[in-house]
Design a binder for this molecule. Structure first.
Ligand code: G4P
Length: 533
């Protein structure tokens, strides 16, 4: 049953392979420079030869991850995949997260598949709303965070003030690994705080090639940079005096965050980030399982689906289920067990995908991402395993805030309509809510952000050949209730109770006042936030 493996590969020790994996995602507010940083990282790791191949937007080379027409038209990235490259002796998996807040749920799922995250901050803007939202997710999941202050080549906030903002808004202790020489807008280089040396940057034209970095001892730096160097050293000492030196234990415990200063567009500080990922970011560890011992990385193969992706290749109309390997070795062709159904699942078509680029994967190890082409039966959150049974906790869903009834424009295409809705539901593109009253022909789509509806509408028409009408409903709040309470709550004016596929019953309310009035009428009613996040 096994394909494409060699005895050398089979002999490799899974524990060792896991130890040299680093899987992370970048969290940031749109426009902070995530796409630029992704390109720069891949460039440094020599995965690509010139920046601009991966995620460039308007004016830059065509992006690999913006493949849906809609994404291209809007210049946003909805779909996520992963980029794998090696750096030093380490295999780095960078999982792409959608930039727009409407797709927070997708981002959340991606964050369930990483071991660390990079929080990218625009030096001029500080911590913005979407960054804070994603930070909260990382905190909740205990994901260690590395912070990058980006765009230091442009005028921005004071470096010490930014550190204070991180402490105030996140509660994390910033422990800078580098400190900028020159204020924002006059970026000359950084003090490497562990050695005390000066890392000087030389800009390249448009940042398109790896920028040379020279390392100078402190005396030479002082002679060259004068007051800018002295200020940087003073501030760095000040940080040391207040206990803001890098500390591996508190970083891994999610108490402190190492900080780097960078200019992604000029390729400054990117090298340092790669070194930090290799030297301090955690490798995959044992993963907690439902009702059992955590699965160790060298246990038999296991993985979970964190992302479904369709329409990546419009000529094939295919569907990929992305899994994160949690334990053991994945070998293309092996037959694993699909936890939810208990049925065997063949992994003949395994791929690695970042945007349009795809390569066949023969083997993968804990921390790696594999795209399974024939994953139509899989759902987001499903576990796959070999030998010893394991079930990973379901991926929590967000509380939807937007609701719309969906109907087929052409009643004769009911089959296509049903198939499309079921598929969008399995992929987690939107949540689908049903009730006997509304029937199967007009279920309610529920979303965290309205752009999810646009994706659903677009895909129903182009992929499932069933154009739909979407009628927005006036609800804004969904609260979980029980079967016992559903009838009572559902009978209240302006309130409706619908069932989600996972069995959850959601009571929909138009506004908070309606919620409090129903609570006043029924003080004992079960009405809870549906999110586990
Ligand atoms: P995102 O994925 O986080 O949304 O951000 P993206 O990388 O697309 O960057 C947003 C804008 O910020 C881009 O400019 C990009 O060139 C710029 N940028 C990213 N990093 C830096 C940096 O370190 N310094 C400076 N000065 N700018 C940076 P744009 O004008 O929107 O697009 P483009 O025409 O340059 O592609």
């Amino acid at each position: 049953m096994r394909h494409g493996t060699t005895s050398v590969v089979q002999d490799l020790d899974v524990g060792q392979e896991a130890a040299r994996r680093r899987s992370f995602a970048v969290i940031s507010h749109p426009d902070a420079g995530k796409s630029t940083l992704t390109e720069a990282l891949a460039l440094h790791a020599h995965a690509i030869t010139e920046a601009g191949h991966i995620n460039g937007k308007s004016g830059r080379r065509h992006t690999v991850s913006d493949w849906m027409e809609m994404e291209q038209a809007r210049g946003i990235s909805i779909t996520s995949a992963s980029l794998q490259f090696s750096y030093r002796d380490t295999v780095i998996n960078l999982l792409d997260t959608p930039g727009h807040a409407d797709f927070s749920e997708d981002t959340y799922r991606v964050l369930s598949a990483v071991d660390a995250a990079v929080m990218l901050i625009d030096a001029a803007k500080g911590l913005e709303a979407q960054t804070m939202k994603l930070f909260a997710v990382c905190k909740h999941r205990g994901i260690p965070l590395i912070t990058i202050i980006n765009k230091w080549d442009r005028p921005g906030l004071d470096a010490l003030a930014l550190m204070d903002e991180i402490t105030e808004k996140t509660g994390l202790e910033p422990t800078p690994l580098t400190w900028p020489v020159g204020v924002a807008g006059d970026f000359r280089g950084v003090v490497d705080r562990s050695s005390g040396n000066y890392v000087r940057f030389t800009p390249t034209s448009g940042g398109a090639h790896v920028a040379p970095e020279d390392v100078l001892p402190p005396a030479a730096a002082a002679a060259q940079e004068g007051a800018a160097w002295d200020t940087a050293v003073e501030e760095s000492e000040l940080l040391g005096a207040s206990g803001q030196d890098y500390d591996p234990e508190s970083f891994l415990a999610g108490i402190s965050t190492p900080v780097l200063f960078a200019s992604a567009v000029r390729n400054f500080g990117v090298h340092a980030l790669l070194d930090v990922l290799v030297d301090v970011a955690p490798s995959p560890g044992p993963r907690p399982a439902v009702g059992g011992e955590p699965r160790a990385v060298d246990d038999p193969f296991s993985a979970f689906v964190f992302k479904m992706q369709a329409g990546m290749d419009t000529s094939h109309r295919d569907r990929l289920a992305f899994i994160r390997v949690c334990s053991g070795m994945f070998e293309r062709g092996m037959v694993v067990t699909h936890g939810r159904t208990g049925r065997p699942f063949a992994t003949k078509y395994a791929q690695q995908a970042f945007g349009r680029e795809r390569t066949v994967i023969d083997t993968a190890y804990p921390g790696d991402v594999v795209g399974l082409v024939n994953g139509a039966d899989l759902r987001v959150g499903d576990t796959l395993y070999l030998d010893k049974k394991v079930e990973y906790p379901p991926l929590p869903t967000f509380a939807p805030e937007h609701f719309a009834v969906v109907r087929a424009k052409d009643a004769g295409k009911y089959k296509q309509f049903r198939r499309g809705v079921a598929q969008l539901e399995a992929e987690g593109v939107v949540q689908v809510l049903r009730s006997d009253l509304r029937g199967d022909q007009a279920p309610v789509l529920a979303a965290v952000g309205p752009m999810q509806f646009e994706v659903a509408e677009h895909r129903m028409a182009t992929e499932f050949n069933s154009p739909v009408y979407l009628d927005r409903l006036g609800y804004t709040i969904a609260l979980r209730t029980t079967r016992e309470w559903a009838k009572v709550i559902g009978a209240e004016r302006g309130v409706e109770v619908l069932a989600r596929e996972d069995g959850e019953l959601l009571a929909l309310f138009p506004d908070p006042w309606r919620v409090s009035s129903v609570r006043t009428h029924h003080p004992n009613a079960v009405l809870e936030k549906p999110t586990a996040a």
